[in-house]
Structure formats: structure tokens, C-alpha cells
Write a protein that binds this ligand. Structure first.
Ligand code: SF4
Ligand code: SF4
Length: 195
């Protein structure tokens, strides 16, 4: 057990079992624990387990520690660790696999990050680009039944982005346009099912 581990932590009861990690373990099994991924990660300062530590937990099959951590949800898929890993391991893909496992098991502690990624990708799928108003409206709709005051936390950031022209007010429920990536998403999904 690691420093962050405690037994039966709330929220980890329905975490996937160690068998669910097999595919990820296969991807990273030649990790030599050199720490280059940790040293390269721009988001490491906010992570509770460093990437190197996380990969050690994965290889040990320690699902309780892994799914008590927010580390993989903070991966912004910049690919720096994948490019720099001396063993050439697909680390960004492995982070994504952990996100998918957490989403599949509907672990309450990951509800916000799962909703965030899900609505972000759905918006890109429907319109071929991110539409901020749609994305954030749908995210708040998912989150406010359990956290009604959540949008207030983002009011000042939203106003700042509006003033700087970084946020565009658009119909949050517009139908998919000509630039919809639906066909591409469907093709990739069918390729993944066959793989
Ligand atoms: S950079 Fe690669 S080999 Fe080094 S600790 Fe990270 S995953 Fe392991
Ligand atoms: S891909 Fe994710 S884990 Fe790797 S360096 Fe970028 S943010 Fe960090």
C-alpha cells in the first residue's frame, strides 16, 4: 500500500478489479521506473500520484490506489510523456484507458471529469469543433442536479473569457452542422470494435 492508500475508501467500493488492468499492464510492462514521464508532464504539479507512481500501481494491480486518485483525469493528452519515455511506451493511450475504465464503472468520484470529457467530445463530434456555449451548458445540465451552485463557481472565469473574446455565445442546442464528424467517429468506433 502507498502513502495515499487507506482501506475501503469511500467511492472505491465499485472500482474495477485487477483483471480489468490487464490490457493496460501489457502496454506498460517494460516500464523501468525512470521517472522521465513525471519530469515531462506539465500537469504533474496538480496530480496526487505522479505518472511514474501511477504506472507502478498499475503494474502492481493496485486498483484501490489507482481509482482513489485523480491523476489520470488530469492528463490533458499532450503526448509529451509518450514521446520522451525511453521505452517508447504508449502512456497517453494508457491514461485514456484508465479514464475509460472509470467512466465504464460509473465511479462517483469521476462523475465531473467523465461528464466534462464526454460533452467535450460529443460537441466536437456534432460540429467538427468545440462550441463553448453548447459544451458548458450540457456539462452544467449533467452536474447541477447534484451540485446546483456549481455554475456560480465559473461565473468570473466565464466573464473574463467573454471580455477577451475567447467565449462565443451560440445556440447551445443547435443541430449538427455540415462539419459534423459523425461518419468519422462511427468508422473509428467500428475499427476499434474489430481490433
Ligand atoms: S518514462 Fe517510461 S520507463 Fe520511465 S517511468 Fe515513465 S513509463 Fe516508466
Ligand atoms: S500525456 Fe498526460 S500524463 Fe503524459 S505528459 Fe501529457 S498530460 Fe502528462
Amino acid at each position: 500500500m502507498t502513502a495515499v492508500a487507506t482501506q475501503n475508501r469511500p467511492g472505491t467500493e465499485s472500482a474495477p478489479g485487477p483483471d480489468a488492468l490487464k490490457a493496460i499492464q501489457d502496454k506498460i510492462k517494460s516500464c523501468i521506473q525512470c521517472g522521465t514521464c513525471t519530469a515531462s508532464c506539465p500537469n504533474e504539479f496538480a496530480m496526487d500520484l505522479t505518472p511514474r507512481h501511477l504506472w507502478r500501481m498499475v503494474l502492481m494491480g493496485d486498483t484501490e490506489d489507482i481509482f482513489a486518485s485523480q491523476t489520470f483525469t488530469l492528463c490533458s493528452a499532450c503526448y509529451t510523456c509518450s514521446l520522451r519515455c525511453p521505452r517508447g511506451l504508449p502512456l497517453t493511450e494508457a491514461m485514456h484507458d484508465l479514464k475509460q475504465l472509470a467512466a465504464k464503472h460509473k465511479l462517483p468520484r469521476y462523475k465531473a471529469s467523465t461528464a466534462f470529457y464526454g460533452h467535450f467530445m460529443d460537441t466536437v463530434r456534432r460540429h467538427g469543433r468545440i462550441r463553448e456555449t453548447e459544451f458548458i451548458s450540457r456539462y452544467f445540465m449533467t452536474m447541477t442536479p447534484s451540485k446546483p451552485l456549481m455554475p456560480l463557481k465559473y461565473t468570473s472565469m466565464g466573464l473574463k473569457l467573454l471580455r477577451k473574446g475567447k467565449l462565443h455565445i451560440e445556440n447551445p442546442f443547435a443541430a449538427p452542422g455540415k462539419q459534423s464528424l459523425e461518419a468519422i467517429f462511427q468508422k473509428v468506433e467500428s475499427m476499434e470494435e474489430r481490433a
